[in-house]
Design a binder for this molecule. Sequence first.
Ligand code: MSP
Length: 664
Amino acid sequence: MGTYYLSTPIYYVNDLPHIGHIYTTLVADTLARYRRMAGDDVFFLTGTDEHGQNIERAAARQGIRPIELADRVVSRYHDLWRRFDITHQDFVRTTEPRHRRGVEEMVRRIAAAGDLYVAPHEGWYCSSCETFYTEKELGQPGNLCPTHDRATEWKSEENVFFRLSKYERPLLEWIDSGAPAIQPESRRNEVRAFVEQGLRDLSVSRAALEWGIPFPGRPGQTVYVWLDALSNYVSALGFGAPAGAGGDLYERYWERGDVRLHLIGKDIIRHHCVYWPAFLMSAGVPLPTMIWAHGWWLRDQKKMSKSVGNVVRPDHLVERFGPDALRYFLLREMVFGQDASFSDEAFVERYNSDLANDLGNTASRLVTLSRQAFGGRTPPVPCDDNPLIALAAEVVAEYRQAMDGLAFQGALRALWRLLAEANQYLVAREPWKTIRSEGASDALSRVLWNGLESVRIVATGLLPFMPTLAPRVLAGIGVAEARGSLAALAWGGLPTGRELPALEPLFPRIDKEKYMSEIPTPPPAPTPAPEAAPPAGAVPQPGAAAAAAAPANVANVIDIQQFGAVELKVGQVLLCEAVPKSEKLLRMMVDVGEGAPRQLVAGIAKAYRPEQLTGTQVVIVANLKAAKLMGLESNGMVLAATQADGQPVLLRPETAVAPGTRVK
Ligand code: MSP
């Protein structure tokens, strides 16, 4: 027992929450509830990351101010957390004055340690992760960001730098120190290898980015979004608040706290396990005691993300089955630390087998038999001598060990072992036959009591996972007060002779075929694609029918309207030349039948010489948002088939057609 601080990453506000986002928060909430059951003094923090170029651009696309976009998305997060009954103590927004004070204090301390200097900065910048990459780190072809698989931009500016290189050794010592601060082990090794290969100083300011916190003492510069965002973990506790203004949260949970845990996804390991500890070391602030990186929710083998367009939003699942079924599924399905695939089919199967059948049917069968035999009450005679007692003790120990080690799947499997065993126990003793032969005997009472007691222990262990339904299971088996304490996991807690109302079905079985045919198509993204007419001759299909008729193994099906939103056109290459200082890029002027030609920049220089392209035709995505590559604006994207070795092969019409001809 002690203090237990835990945080989720703070979420960007240019996207509505999807399964990947809610997962970390559901894990954090489950853990927070469990730690409270264990008697810890818990502080659970979540929030939103609202500054940066990405958000500035997303707002501009919608014709609103960044803060308006942030307010909208934040209210969506609040709704969702309410719906999932998330028990966070605080929700921090990086646009709040208290957060700005925390960031300013962090910068002040880092500067006082002599760790900041000004220097020119250039490199490949991904605005999705707001990170500079070296050419070596980028994907092929087209200078793609290794995380987001989208084009990076060449940036060059004067920045404030943080002496990250100075912290190479201290970071290695921290990583190697007794306590395994970075989990799982494989991630720790990854971070270690990254630090060991040498750290370059990090630019921590941005010029010409208005939507951010002004860099103290550097007019015209804003604080690098990651230094800004990471500081939320202490700014929310009152770090940097005027003396006496913020209470003692910072001292209690951070400076003198026992556990300081960050839960993150694996894509933001470097920021949390290298930059953040280095900032803290420089600022003289204690480091997190543990950083746990979970894997990704995948769909169609790819990380679920807005930029890939394969996200699953939680809305229809929550609307249909309530929040607890999804909570259970996500925590049961993913081995914490590894990737997992989401599919509606797997969701329905797990719901039907684990919740409707194993838990729901066992509980309702026992309740019905008890009511029948004992006048609508729990069995009058308990039992303190039967094989389930030893198993329950074993299962509870396994459950606690798993929960202490954040192995949520393991904890649930342990509980299900007890359920399975209780079922076997009932099948072997056939109480439904005993009722007929013996009536309400003591022997029958003991058998039913044992079964119900096993369900009580399982439902108690489920309290952190299913905060709405687990108390209802408990109430349904005659336990009026759902005691949120680990002591309640001990055998023997089921009251005898307690009134037992008829159990309403808690987990009605899902008709899989019917459900699969009714799954709604994903709701439109917050920034809808421009309207486009469907191609001539195409038969419009309702979303559900289109999804039902989808080819096997295709998870991210789109309908004909969605496809029609992408404008593919034939372009005539009027001019093509290499981009200076780049091995990969070619610059082209392309006639797309619009009067003036367009400039396009494509990462195909390793496969094509400029003279091979001039005068030929290509196919381009004509309504793609403009992007900058090596400082050159690219107004569209040239289509190519990318072979296994990364070499592109251009797509072209079989015979020449008029420039601007639509491809559909
Ligand atoms: N704003 C930063 C975090 C700053 S923390 C100081 C950020 N935001 S995010 O909205 O893009 O992502 C938030 C979290 O969601 C990250 O931990 C990320 O790993 C997680 N996920 C986003 N998509 C995911 C999946 N498909 N699967 C699992 N989690 C993933 O990064």
